[in-house]
Design a protein around this ligand. Structure first.
Ligand code: NGQ
Ligand code: ZN
Length: 452
């Protein structure tokens, strides 16, 4: 049964020193005691914070990060031309490639402070759309990668049926993603069976977007055990198509037609009116914000100040994985708003005047809620997901408490994360994932094949 003694740690009611953290064999925190003496505990001489849940990932897209930066045929590139490139690229990936890419991604996420991941998984079938011999093969590869990397995972098998709102036929590039409702429900069952009894893993459901399912399908999924994730209102074109088809904007339609509540995570939710923003915030649903991907794809700015003023919950995800760092997502979430509003320290309140603390605590609570994982706080009953920042790292030296979080999030390019534990098990030591080398070599081989 691992025991740690943190020199300093961020607890639910604030900073504490010499904190004993005991974790049981199943990975749950059993005791947290500040002012403890070391005894036999493993010493963590740095500053320990809860590991950050990553609430949105398409793992396979890690293999195309950096490979889509090109002017498109229409003169300018866009989200929609990027999507065509993504479809073509995804056709090259089979089960082995998907597992190797996912494992490398998870290694990077762990090294940069994420300890759990919501995998929004829709690359289900062979390139021509035929199911694999085991229709759950690709989903099981995500779990296999997570078992190797040690990251906690909430697998979200995605229901994808159509190519536009509501019931537009799918395009050929979408063949690999498609299910009918029965096939989808069988996949969810298979995923649930595969994670049963494993406290590191959970399964939720995910209608891909209003563009990919029907209202009837949404009603069925809304009645299932959560979490429930859906992409929504990421691009103005989706808003326009939804208005044309239904007379309502996407978030407006969801609020009017489904029992949106705290089980839901609405990914992006970029384009909302004030009424949609306050209406959605009041449901307790989490806004799944993916700042580096949203910047990369030219999505626009999430209405963060209005969302926070309405008591809205948020978490962060790395989505297409052009970034893989919790620090960078939090940094851009705040600095993007600064560019937009010509202001500073946007994500703050009278009670929490430091943006680093407000951003981190928001992403911990919202991320844990969106993953359905008892995590995101160093407290008994939570997962033993811990990140140790090296207090003597040049980007943190001399800082402590909330200003240390600000220094971590808002300054420097190097990575001051020294060690990472998931469910009490060490996965990063001296800044490196314990399997970085072998997983990295396999990934490099796959990438040479893919990009050849
Ligand atoms: C996806 N990704 O499913 O991978 C989406 C693009 C779509 C992001 N939105 C495709 N970042 O929304 O149709
Ligand atoms: Zn996405």
């Amino acid at each position: 049964m691992p025991e740690f003694l943190a020199h300093a740690a961020l607890l639910p009611d604030g900073w504490a020193s010499d904190v004993l953290i005991a974790v049981d064999a199943a990975g749950w925190i059993t005791e947290v005691r500040p002012g403890a003496s070391p005894g036999m505990a493993t010493r963590l001489p740095g500053v320990v914070i809860p590991g950050v849940p990553n609430l949105h990932s398409h793992a396979f897209q890690r293999a195309m990060a950096g490979a889509t930066e090109r002017r498109g045929p229409e003169g300018q590139d866009s989200f929609w031309s990027w999507r065509e490139v993504m479809y073509r690229f995804s056709a090259r990936l089979g089960p082995e490639e998907v597992e190797a890419v996912a494992a490398q991604l998870q290694v990077e996420l762990l090294e940069w402070g994420f300890t759990s991941l919501a995998e929004f998984h829709y690359l289900h079938h062979a390139p021509d759309g035929t199911p694999y011999a085991d229709p759950a093969e690709m989903a099981l590869r995500q779990l296999a990668a997570a078992r190797r990397s040690g990251i906690g995972i909430t697998l979200l098998p995605v229901l994808y049926r159509h190519g536009g709102i509501f019931g537009v036929p799918p395009a050929p590039g979408q063949r690999r993603f498609l299910h009918d409702l029965d096939g989808y429900l069988r996949l969810v069952e298979a995923c649930r069976a595969a994670v049963a009894g494993d406290p590191q893993m959970a399964v939720g459901v995910a209608p891909h977007s209003l563009r990919a399912v029907t209202p009837e399908m949404l009603a069925v999924l809304a009645g299932m055990a959560g979490p429930i994730h859906i992409h929504v209102a990421e691009q103005p074109r989706e808003v326009a198509e939804c208005l044309a088809a239904t007379g309502a904007r996407p978030v407006e339609w969801l609020l009017a037609n489904l029992p949106i509540d705290a089980r839901w995570c609405l990914v992006h939710a970029t384009h909302m009116t004030v009424a949609e923003t306050t209406g959605l915030a009041a449901t307790g649903a989490v806004a799944g914000l993916c700042p580096t991907t949203e910047a990369s794809l030219g999505d626009g700015f999430f209405p963060l100040p209005a969302w926070l003023a309405a008591g809205g919950r948020f978490g962060i995800g790395t989505d297409s994985h052009v970034g893989t760092s919790a620090r960078d997502e939090l940094r851009l979430l705040e600095t993007g708003q600064r560019l937009l509003l010509q202001s500073r320290a946007v994500t703050t309140s009278d009670a929490v005047p430091h943006p680093g603390r407000r951003l981190l605590e928001g992403a911990l609570a919202g991320g844990a809620q969106a993953l359905g994982r008892r995590a995101g706080a160093i407290a008994p009953g939570m997962r033993g997901d811990l990140v140790e920042l090296a207090g003597d790292h040049p980007s943190l030296a001399g800082h402590s408490g909330d200003t240390l979080l600000d220094a971590w999030i808002f300054s420097g390019q190097a990575n001051p994360i020294r060690s990472v534990f998931v469910g009490g098990r060490q996965v990063v030591a001296a800044g490196r994932h314990v399997m970085a080398r072998e997983i990295g070599e396999e990934f490099a081989q796959v990438m040479r094949r893919l990009l050849a």
